[in-house]
Design a protein around this ligand. Structure first.
Ligand SMILES: *Cc1c(COP(=O)(O)O)cnc(C)c1O
Length: 391
């Protein structure tokens, strides 16, 4: 008799394989979400409704941080943080090039100078020794990105920042719900260790809403006050504009959705980790598939499951996966320092060997909160079969 798996393998479209399955996730919490949305409609407080401050309070308690300020998206969150820190044109900001472009775009937008740092080949994040090589008298800030759901190694980065008196802006768009363990055993939530943390509530992120959203976190009350002002036209009091700001608000509807989803965040992180465990097990000891490294200091929340492929052509693998109904993504195909936008920035000479190498060798396969055993089995076994057919 045909097993369910071999039956489904013949018709992969029936398995509904997606990088992220927001529809199935919604259907499981439909009741709670619909009630929460209806609450906003009933009040008609679409901007600045009570759900906004309620979300901020709940996130403060979840993350154990003094201040959370919601805003319009994760890119704005970075911008608000950098504006509130009063970084000036020409100030140098050290960021990875192997990241989502928003991280470095904001630096350029504010006429700051991005200084691209190499990432570690194992963890995909910046390390303190590489950062230190780039510090000059003009350096003002370091932006570690907790990429794919794993925190950068923060303890040495924080020590470096202290030594050189630099701000640390954690781009935590991909790792909310994850944490970092210091050498003395203390654990802190990602995004709460530096001067300021930023996140995105883009639908596919680990804590996603049903549109755009973002937030900044900090333990510094003065900075929190300034960020609140920056996000609100530079005003503390209506029609009194003290500093240059912007307009960056989270919609009340999105806050209402996030209030529900925050209750499920730990369970969502666990579900992602279970998929990662499954893949790790399936790919263990395969000479061409390097599974994501799990650093002992990090509680990884697997925003992505990003593999390094060695000895096989990555783009051929991607095309063959597609033929079998399995989506995959390259995060990120062109490193930031190679983007045309930076042509005029005089960074052409930047040599980032590992970053360039990763752009040619990484591939991310589906990982989300709703994956079934059949889906994981089909993806893992098909992936291995494809690689084996190419070596
Ligand atoms: C998604 C993301 C952002 C930007 O978030 P948006 O809400 O899309 O503006 C910034 N940095 C990283 C690392 C991201 O993954």
């Amino acid at each position: 008799m045909l097993s369910l798996l071999s039956f489904l393998s013949t018709f992969p479209h029936m398995m509904n394989l997606q990088m992220v399955d927001l529809k199935s996730q919604y259907l499981k919490i439909k009741q709670e979400i619909d009630v929460s949305i209806q609450g906003v409609l009933d009040d008609a407080a679409f901007i600045g409704g009570k759900q906004i401050s309620e979300l901020a309070r709940q996130l403060e308690s979840y993350l154990d941080v003094k201040h959370v300020i919601p805003c319009a998206n994760g890119t704005d969150a970075l911008q608000i943080a950098m504006m509130a820190l009063d970084l000036q044109p020409g100030d140098e900001v050290i960021t990875p090039s192997h990241t989502y472009f928003a991280t470095v775009e904001v630096v350029a937008l504010l006429k700051l100078k991005p200084i691209f740092c190499e990432v570690d080949r194992q963890t995909f994040t910046m390390k303190a020794d590489e950062i230190e090589k780039l510090i000059t008298p003009k350096t003002r800030a370091i932006v570690p990105v907790h990429l794919y759901g794993q925190s950068a190694d923060m303890e040495p980065i924080l020590a470096l920042a202290k030594k050189y008196n630099l701000f640390v802006i954690e781009d935590n768009a991909q790792a909310i719900g994850g944490s970092y363990t210091f050498s003395d055993g203390t654990q802190k939530a990602n995004g709460t260790m530096g001067t300021v943390g930023t996140t995105s509530f883009f639908p596919s992120k680990n804590l996603g809403c049903y549109g755009d959203g973002g937030a900044v976190f900090t333990n510094d009350s003065d900075l929190a006050e300034r960020m609140k002002m920056v996000a609100n036209h530079g005003q503390r009091k209506k029609y009194v504009h003290e500093i240059v700001g912007c307009n960056s608000r989270l919609d009340t509807l999105q806050a209402a959705i996030l209030l529900v989803k925050l209750q499920h965040l730990n369970q969502y992180c666990d579900a992602r980790r279970m998929v990662a465990d499954y893949y790790d097990h399936a790919f263990a000891n395969h000479p061409n598939i390097i599974s994501p490294y799990r650093a002992s200091y990090s509680h990884h929340v697997f925003h992505q499951y990003t593999i390094i492929l060695e000895g096989v052509d990555r783009d051929t693998v991607k095309a063959k996966l597609e033929e079998k109904g399995i989506p995959s993504m390259i995060y990120y195909p062109i490193p930031a320092h190679r983007q045309k936008m930076f042509d005029s920035f005089g960074i052409k000479s930047t040599e980032l060997g590992t970053t360039d190498w990763l752009a040619d060798h990484v591939i991310s396969i589906p990982i989300h909160t709703e994956m079934t055993e059949e889906q994981m089995n089909y993806i893992a076994s098909t992936f291995i079969a494809i690689i084996n057919s190419l070596i």
